[in-house]
Write a protein that binds this ligand. Structure first.
Ligand SMILES: [Zn+2]
Length: 363
């Protein structure tokens, strides 16, 4: 996430500039130094596209007994095996066949999950223009018709980048923290729900994005498509790095407040307090569109972002390898218990919003 720089990729830069050019605010072209101006103006423009959430987001959890029963089933060992297996691809670069195989592997893992008879789990690869790697979407929903409107979405990117690699930026990198960890937490949340018989209220989607490191390719495409189709989403929850605890520091959760919305962030904060067992540090900022929640935010949706730590304590070598090609972002640096806390957060967030029956917004 951190080293992902949107100016790396010309096409992404052009796409964002086109987006910004639609705004009346001329100062929106002052990029990083005026990031608040950018996201406020782009948000205003994009809100005309994405429909609002069909309900007000709750301010706190209301389904603790149900959520607790699934969180108790989160299995650190299962999560660790899944995370390790994802790192076994030599790379997961967005323009490599390994990156494609990693997507297919995630899809196969989803298809292998048991599903209760009253629920339906569907999965698909989403192909994007100009890049080789597809994103992966799993949709989990009840077979019983519901009057609850909208869907809930969580996601993480799974692609890799290898700055300083002798083979170029598409070179080998296990990228255990960035972002096998977030990918594994998202999968574990899905696994405990389908395996232990949760029947969603409104549908829940779990996304694994292609091409984040090079410019949010997968999430931009999907978020803009959903907005254009008028798909109602209560909120999107993003995970990125979720596995590193800096030596000498306490395990904690960083809550990001740029490219996120206040209602979703407030709800996420209450979810972290209730279900993660970890302290949280709020008001963290990237200062630019650093990860996939920015895509949903720019499309006009509610978004929230939970991160492995406060900004200054995060993994310092994401997206990098040694100049001889040997990896830096390795499995041995991952705290699997910490990753499991993010699976708890994800489970709490999506189950609560899947079931919430707060009254519809006045329109
Ligand atoms: Zn990342």
């Amino acid at each position: 996430m951190k080293v992902m720089c949107w100016i790396r990729n010309l096409k992404y830069q052009i796409a964002l500039l086109v987006l910004l050019s639609l705004c009346s605010c001329s100062t929106a072209l002052h990029l990083k130094p005026a990031s608040h101006m950018i996201h406020e103006s782009t948000r205003k423009q994009q809100q005309q596209i994405a429909p609002p959430s069909p309900v007000e987001l709750p301010s706190r959890p209301t389904n603790q007994p149900i959520v607790g029963s699934f969180i108790s089933k989160i299995d650190v060992n299962h999560l660790a095996i899944w995370l390790k297996n994802l790192t076994l691809f030599p790379d997961r670069y967005y323009q490599s066949q390994n990156g494609v195989r990693a997507a297919q592997w995630i899809e196969n893992a989803i298809q292998s999950l048991p599903v209760p008879s009253d629920a339906k789990l569907t999965t698909k690869l989403v192909h994007h223009r100009d890049i080789l790697q597809p994103s992966v979407i799993a949709r989990y929903e009840s077979k019983i018709p519901t009057t609850l409107k909208g869907i809930v979405i969580t996601g993480s990117h799974f692609d890799t980048y290898a700055k300083n690699s002798p083979q170029g930026v598409g070179g080998p990198n296990p990228a255990a923290d960035d972002c096998a960890s977030g990918s594994a937490a998202v999968f574990e949340a899905l696994r405990v729900l389908t395996t232990n018989g949760f029947i969603p209220g409104r549908p829940i989607e779990f996304h694994w994005y292609a091409g984040e490191e090079e410019g949010l390719y997968g999430s931009l495409d999907i978020a803009n498509t959903y907005a254009a189709k008028g798909i109602e989403v209560l909120s999107y929850l993003n995970l990125d790095q979720s596995g590193y605890v800096k030596p000498g520091t306490r395990p904690e959760v960083g809550i990001y407040t740029d490219y996120t919305t206040s209602a979703a962030t407030k709800f996420l904060s209450s979810i972290v307090s209730t279900y993660s067992g970890l302290p949280q540090v709020g008001s963290q900022v990237c200062g630019y569109a650093c990860t996939d929640n920015a895509s949903w935010f720019l499309a006009g949706y509610n978004t929230a972002m939970a991160f492995e730590s406060q900004d200054g304590n995060s993994f310092p070598h994401n997206d990098e390898v040694h100049s001889d090609g040997s990896p830096l972002d390795t499995l041995n640096l991952i705290n699997m218990t910490h990753v499991s806390a993010f699976a708890k957060i994800t489970t709490g967030f999506v189950v609560e919003l899947s079931l919430t029956n707060t009254s519809s917004k006045e329109k």
